[in-house]
Structures are given as structure tokens and as C-alpha cells.
Write a new protein. Structure first.
Ligand SMILES: *Cc1c(COP(=O)(O)O)cnc(C)c1O
Length: 395
């Protein structure tokens, strides 16, 4: 940690060195994977002391592990939060957070397209008498009309990960504060490099670390970052009792993923420029949903909140037909058909399955929507692969 020389920690420096002290582990330049399930104590008194304060002590690996702790310290610092807790998946973090903070009689407000399984989880909480409303708004100010006296959490994504639609964070935070509501956002698309919601007054940030932070499509994890008081409660209840703990090796892979995060994002941003240029001009593409193509209010929001753009986008075709989106997906050679994103490999995923009309309508997703993730392959290859696939549906 010597290199800082009194300067503020920059994001890239946090990823490389923050909370790592080689002198604790033989001068090794990477931290050890502390592959253990429990820790032992010299005296019974020491054990009792540790078990009374498990959040700060190494006792059992469903609690705190030293390798995982390094990752948590880095994520909290990157998001300008007080504390982070890492989980075995993004859904582990989301479900633990909602389960901890919501009680019978509370109401949760989901705005626009929150991640599908998180929406279903929120609706499932109705069996514990937690009310859930999923609203669709153009403008964040419209959220206020859906607030109820028992609203406890407003949960949103900006940009959302299907339509890339942005919301005005300051407006959401203002509404929430006036009604004593917690705000929770999923920052997976932006990564901590390109947007820092806590600095705008948001209470809770969620990440699926399975995506860009892991970066290699080989590890599942999630994180929640917030104030001490909130993360401590989530640790005691949602983390300890739901049990979605991460293994030390997975935490180590994420520390490794963080080292190259900025370089990967910068490379992918250049690729995105090239691919978007082609898509904008393609006769079969009606709209390209990505901040590079935003105009008006959406552009203003992108300029205000984002310091960079990642490589997940969607296109809406001049056709709603299932046969057309299937033709495009099947015609791709480099873009592989699959869920998830954030790894090395480019992916294509139409939302229209030919049998899910009701879902598309409910989620406000057009039938011609195709989600694209641009990975680490050469930009020219991605451009030509997509272009020849789109050409196949030209009438
Ligand atoms: C993938 C994803 C999640 C869920 O994360 P998992 O690690 O798959 O459980 C949550 N939010 C967004 C935006 C995602 O893309």
C-alpha cells in the first residue's frame, strides 16, 4: 500500500492494492486463498469474544473470511460506501437484502425493468404480506404517485439492462427522503467505475459480480454496499441465515477480475463505438438502446450520472416477428446465444421466445428487441458478424 503517497485512492489503485498487505503473507504479491471453513482459538475466552462479535472476527466462513474481506473492502471503497458484503450470487445479495429490510405490512416499489428474478422474488414476498408494485415510468417524478404510507424500499436500475432506460437519481432520492423510504439500485451495468449511486444519496447498491467484475464467465457472486448500520443488519440476518456465502476461491477470482476491470471496460468501450456505428446505419435496426445513441432527456441523464459506458446494449428491429429475431440469433457465428454477460465472450439474446407474448407486454419489451453483449473479440469481427446476420432478414 506504499504507492499512494498521500493522494486519494483512485479506482484503478483500489483494484490493484487497496487493503492488501503483502507483509501479512510472506511478501506474496497476490493474497492467499484462505481455503478453510472455520478458525480456531487459543483460549475459550478468545473464542467467546470472537463469537460475540462475528462481524469483525474470523470464526466460520458463513461469516467472515480473510480473502473475501479484501474483496469487500475494495468494493466498499470503489462505491464510496462504508461497508460491503459479498454473496455467492447477485440473487443471494438481492434476496438477503430484501428479506432483511422488509417486514409484513411493508410495501416495495420496483421501477421499470428491474432484473427478472429479483422482480419475481419481490412478488413472492407477498406470501409474507409484503406488498409489491412494479411500475413503468418515463420520468422519475412519476414515481411519487405510487408511493404509499407503508412504502419501505424503492428499487430501480439505471440504465436498465433490457431497454437501457435511465432514471433521474436525484429525483428518486428526493422523493424517497421526503417519504422516509430507502432507495436501492442495481449498479451492475455501470460497474463502480462508471457510476457511483451512493454519492448521489442512494442508500443501497447491489452488484451481480458474476458480470463485469468477475469478467471471465467463470465465477458467480454478488454484493451489497451501504452504510454500516444497513450492511450489519443484512450480515446478521440475510447473509448468516439465508446462507448464500461465497467460497474463498471465488472471492479470490473476483479480486483478480478487479485488477483488469478498467482495462477491459476501456477496450470494450472502443468496440462498442464501432459496433454501434454499424447498427445505427443498418436498415433493419429501428433503435439502438445505448447511451452512445441517447438524445434529449436520456442524454442529459447519461451526462449527469455516467462517467463511461459499458458494452451491454439492445437493438429494436423494424420487425416484431419471432422468426426474424430467431434468424438473426441463429445466423451469428461469433455472438453466442446465452444468458448473462460481462465475460470475454460476445452474446446475443432476443427477448421474444415466440411463446411469451404476455411477459413481453407486461415488461414493456418490444417483440423485436435483441440484447447484445460485446466481449473481448476484435471489433471488426463483431461488426461483420452482426451485419451479415441482420442482412439475412432484409426483405
Ligand atoms: C445477472 C444479474 C443479476 C443477478 O446476479 P446473479 O449473479 O446471476 O445471481 C442481478 N442484476 C442484474 C442487472 C444482472 O444482470
Amino acid at each position: 500500500m506504499k504507492h499512494v503517497n498521500g493522494n486519494e485512492w483512485k479506482d484503478a489503485a483500489i483494484c490493484q492494492h487497496y487493503f492488501e498487505d503483502n507483509s501479512n503473507y510472506y511478501g506474496a504479491v497476490t493474497p492467499p486463498i484462505v481455503q478453510t471453513t472455520l478458525f480456531t482459538f487459543d483460549t475459550f475466552d478468545a473464542f467467546i469474544e470472537a463469537s460475540n462479535h462475528e462481524r469483525e472476527n474470523h470464526l466460520y466462513c458463513r461469516g467472515v473470511n480473510p480473502t473475501t474481506e479484501i474483496l469487500e473492502k475494495k468494493l466498499a471503497k470503489l462505491e464510496c460506501g462504508e461497508r460491503a458484503k459479498v454473496f455467492g450470487s447477485g440473487m443471494g445479495a438481492i434476496s438477503a437484502t430484501l428479506f432483511t429490510l422488509l417486514e409484513a405490512g411493508d410495501h416495495i416499489l420496483l421501477v421499470n425493468n428491474v432484473y427478472g428474478p429479483a422482480t419475481i422474488y419481490s412478488k413472492t414476498l407477498e406470501k409474507f404480506h409484503v406488498e409489491c408494485t412494479n411500475v413503468f415510468v418515463q420520468d422519475a417524478g412519476e414515481i411519487e404517485q405510487y408511493v404509499k404510507p407503508n412504502t419501505k424500499i424503492i428499487y430501480y436500475e439505471s440504465p436498465s439492462t433490457q431497454m437501457m432506460y435511465m432514471l433521474d437519481i436525484d429525483t428518486i432520492v428526493d422523493i424517497a427522503r421526503r417519504h422516509d423510504i430507502l432507495t436501492m439500485t442495481d449498479n451492475t451495468w455501470s460497474t463502480p467505475f462508471y457510476q457511483k449511486p451512493l454519492t448521489h444519496g442512494v442508500d443501497i447498491v447491489i452488484h451481480s459480480c458474476t458480470k463485469y467484475i468477475g469478467g471471465h464467465s467463470d465465477v458467480m457472486a454478488g454484493a451489497v454496499i451501504s452504510r454500516h448500520e444497513i450492511v450489519d443488519r443484512i450480515f446478521e440476518i440475510g447473509h448468516q441465515f439465508s446462507g448464500a456465502a461465497i467460497g474463498p476461491f471465488e472471492a479470490w477470482l473476483l479480486i483478480r477480475g478487479l485488477r483488469s476491470l478498467e482495462a477491459r471496460l476501456e477496450h470494450q468501450a472502443r468496440t462498442t463505438q464501432a459496433v454501434v456505428e454499424m447498427l445505427k446505419d443498418h436498415p433493419m435496426v429501428k433503435t439502438v438502446n445505448h447511451p452512445l445513441c441517447f438524445t434529449g432527456k436520456q442524454k442529459e441523464l447519461a451526462d449527469r450520472y455516467l462517467t463511461g459506458y459499458t458494452s451491454l446494449l439492445s437493438i429494436d428491429l423494424h420487425t416484431d416477428a419471432f422468426e426474424d429475431v430467431r434468424t438473426v440469433a441463429d445466423a451469428c457465428g461469433i455472438f453466442q446465444i446465452g444468458v448473462s454477460w460481462g465475460g470475454f465472450e460476445s452474446l446475443i439474446l432476443p427477448q421474444n421466445h415466440g411463446d411469451n407474448e404476455a411477459y413481453l407486454k407486461e415488461a414493456h419489451i418490444p417483440g423485436g428487441l435483441i440484447r447484445l453483449y460485446l466481449g473481448m473479440e476484435p471489433a471488426e469481427d463483431l461488426v461483420s458478424d452482426l451485419k451479415q446476420a441482420l442482412d439475412k432478414i432484409m426483405k
